[in-house]
Design a protein around this ligand. Sequence first.
Ligand code: SAM
Length: 522
Amino acid sequence: MSDTPGAGQRPGQRPRRNEKGRERNRSGERKFSQSAPSQRTRKADPARLVAFEVLRAVAAEDAYANLVLPVSIRKHRLDRRDAGFATELAYGALRGQGTYDAVLARCVDRPLAQLDPAVLDALRIGAHQLLGMRVPAHAALDQTVGLVRAVIGAGPASLVNAVLRKVAARDLASWIGELTANQTDGVKIASLTHSHPEWIVRALRQSLVAHGRTVEEIDELLEADNAAPVVNLVALPGLGSLDEALAEGAEPGRLAEGSAYFAGGDVGRLAGVREGTLRVQDTGSQLVARALAAVDLLPAGPENGAVAGSVPAPDAGSERWLDLCAGPGGKSALLAALGRSVPATLVANEPVPHRAQLVRQALRPVDGGTWTVRVGDGREVGQEEPESYDRVLVDAPCTGLGALRRRPEARWRRKPADLVELAPLQRGLLESALEAVRPGGVVAYVTCSPHHAETLAVVEDALRRRPEMELLDSGAALDAVSIGGPLNSARPAASGAGSTAQLWPHLHGTDAMFLALIRKPV
Ligand SMILES: C[S@@+](CC[C@H](N)C(=O)[O-])C[C@H]1O[C@@H](n2cnc3c(N)ncnc32)[C@H](O)[C@@H]1O
């Protein structure tokens, strides 16, 4: 189905979309509207308007796309198909911004920075429909120009029309060929081809090598960042069930026990999700939490009894667990549920009050009395409660370079300076965790970034400062909780003892989670 008058649809009529939210293209050819400008679409298609609002909020208000998108979808009362189309359009335009801006720069007669930012966002939305989605060219043009006419004005609408016609003259492969024709620098080529900032391409190439992979994998890794991730679910052990999700078409997870992949749209319609016993959580996050919960401890000596303080007093024989950086509580909820059968009590620490509230909400389905939320700086816990915990998770604040596929705008917002700012915090948190863990207990240092500076460099520094600590075989610990066989994620330590582990979107279909398990000697 097309949405131009000549193809059976009146101006302003909403385009029809198929089950996946894609607009239908009867002929598959690229055609433009033959109607006079006065007859063309004057109203904004609500799905495109939603995508446009998301891009505007991201650019002008520093908003997070995943937070503003559902609000805008609700405001414009999009049905499921239109919501799918708006999501693909907004996220795709944000992810593809680097490549699309390079294309647009070839089609606009002035530097892009001199365009009205709203017009530039509309052009990005048009470019993604033309180059990244299979929207018929006439529909992409007519509807995007209609959007601009309705929300920005007639003058910009003509500019957008002229520019998008030039964009539509080639397909994406042909544009990339054109953009990279005279390039010899592999980083620049990958950056233009896969729409990542050059510094991130460079950092991810180095990360692959640092974690024992090869630089040749970079294209696959960057491609994986650009694919919309399927929603991963976890049923809290002993509390939740996958049955309803599986009945709704979810597929059983291939790597983590109790997990599933859900491509069926809004998870909020699942009762388990509403109750909090079935949670959206990346499989990589599930695996690192499970690895910490399952890894062997050494028995504490008799003099190593835990200090009470604010920690819930456990029964004799039970364990005390600490999640040092808990907000918004995804891993806390899984750990607390896993701890029920140990039994273990959990302290979930988070310094940001509204995030601490999210942790409480996440923990609500788990029996009260087995967990507490501490609101404070994790760097102080080690001194306040030395040698108090059996297992400590440090899911450190990081750049999130391993979760770019989930946060479409993040790659443009992150800066190399963030690494410098985060480094002392990451080191301070790991140091505090190593203080807080009891002899024979284990600390898991985790990031959703594979960047050398926030993974290996932090762990190697800590082990240099405390050579008595034992790096465990973190790769084997992940394999032990994998239901899909060995993950091949280990990087043996330079010292020869133990390994760190790194998961990858292009290999494991997970976020690029890093894990180092460190045991304190008895
Ligand atoms: C990567 S997130 C943790 C994600 C969480 N573990 C989950 O699975 O939902 C890092 C968290 O550390 C928190 N944080 C920042 N500074 C901190 C500090 N000084 N001490 C403890 N946590 C901190 C952030 O507010 C953020 O909520």
